[in-house]
Design a protein around this ligand. Structure first.
Ligand code: SAH
Ligand code: SF4
Length: 342
């Protein structure tokens, strides 16, 4: 019989399991704390359980099958893990620390590969393989906690995959991260390329986390060229879906905007973007393009980043420029491949 994997189980599921051994109620909570908060990797480490109970539990359960296949540390402190699941499939997970903040942010993947295939992103290049289960999404956070001995405080769904195309599992994972790992919903951000049909479901299920939209171009003409998903869900369709999201949740959304030299960083793009977002309750996060070998795009110049930012700020928006993290180990946005480069 295959052993039951504890990470990914909800407290009531752990309780059903421990009932097979004895019926003391508090065991499930103790085990949940060991798995999700103290992040042990073995039942032997659950030292407040009796030796006899641990032996019995070991007969039917194990903490995890997930392994770290590779770990790389950037000179800026960012750590990239290649995480391997029971069937041998791998994804990348990135841990970012920001100076002078106590936050530890995990950037997690939601799918192996990605079917959306944006022209600027390494993940989409080898196609879609499969969805991750809720447990496999949570395992990425636990892997970081087990390896570093530290507690993750923030989670961004900005690794490999399109979270809104694996929405049920992403929602389940968020629930476990919140209730078991004690990560506040407000510290969780889900980034989507723009799957308009699933935005309302996300809003109704989780009104507290932040939704970020990878807009990246202010007109359908430019967006069609760099993001094939735009042919399915146009900019105006997504804007209506987001207006509905804002009405349901009362949240401000985040607009992610990729600056690619001479393609999306022009004065005209900035003017059009400011006009497009005039009536949308949002903050804007500008992402300077990170080089990926599969295409010929170039990084924007420092001055075009500053000009772009100025024009948007002048239109009354709060604008930030995303710091490049871990580029020396290919851990920056868009550089995740999920395998060891050959
Ligand atoms: N699939 C989701 C989330 C993962 S990607 C989405 O697309 O939103 C996280 C962010 O990195 C997205 O905004 C994505 O467009 C951006 N990105 C992809 N490739 C990039 C690159 N080469 N340089 C900078 N950002 C990139
Ligand atoms: Fe998929 Fe996001 Fe990469 Fe586009 S940017 S290919 S949606 S992971």
């Amino acid at each position: 019989m295959d052993k039951i994997v504890l990470s990914g189980l909800k407290p009531e599921e752990i309780e059903n399991l421990t009932k097979q051994i004895d019926d003391s109620k508090y065991r499930a909570q103790q085990i949940s704390n060991w798995v999700y908060l103290k992040s042990v990797s073995s039942i032997d480490d659950m030292t407040n359980l009796s030796l006899k109970f641990r032996e019995q539990l070991k007969n039917i359960a194990t903490v995890t099958h997930t392994k770290i296949k590779r770990k790389q540390v950037s000179k800026d402190g960012t750590i990239k893990y290649l995480v391997e699941f029971a069937d041998g499939q791998c994804v990348e997970t990135v841990l970012m620390r920001f100076d002078n903040r106590a936050n530890l942010t995990a950037c997690v993947s939601s799918q192996v590969g990605c079917a959306v295939n944006c022209s600027f992103c390494a993940t989409g290049k080898s196609g879609f393989v499969r969805n991750l289960t809720p447990s496999e999404i949570v395992e990425q956070v636990l892997t970081i906690q087990r390896d570093t001995g530290l507690k993750v405080t923030n989670v961004v769904f900005m690794g490999q995959g399109e979270p809104l195309l694996n929405l049920d599992n992403v929602l389940d994972a968020i629930n476990i991260l919140n209730t078991c790992c004690q990560i506040s919903l407000r510290r969780i951000t889900v980034s989507t390329s723009g799957i308009a049909k699933n935005v309302e479901k996300f809003a109704l299920a989780n009104s507290q986390s932040t939704l970020a939209w990878s807009l990246h171009a202010p007109t359908d003409e430019i967006r069609n060229k760099i993001m094939p998903i735009n042919k399915k869900y146009s900019i105006s369709e997504m804007v209506s879906a987001l207006q509905n999201y804002i009405k349901i949740t009362n949240n401000r959304i985040t607009i992610e905007y990729l600056l690619i030299d001479k393609i999306t960083d022009t004065f005209e793009c900035a003017k059009n973007l400011a006009e497009l977002l005039k009536k949308v309750k949002c903050n804007i996060n500008l992402i300077p393009y990170n080089p990926v070998v599969e295409n010929d795009y170039k990084k924007p110049s420092k001055s075009s980043i500053m000009k772009f930012k100025y024009i948007l700020e002048h239109s009354g928006k709060k604008v930030t420029v995303r710091l490049e993290r871990g580029a020396d180990i290919d851990a920056a946005c868009g550089q995740l491949r999920g395998k060891i480069a050959t």
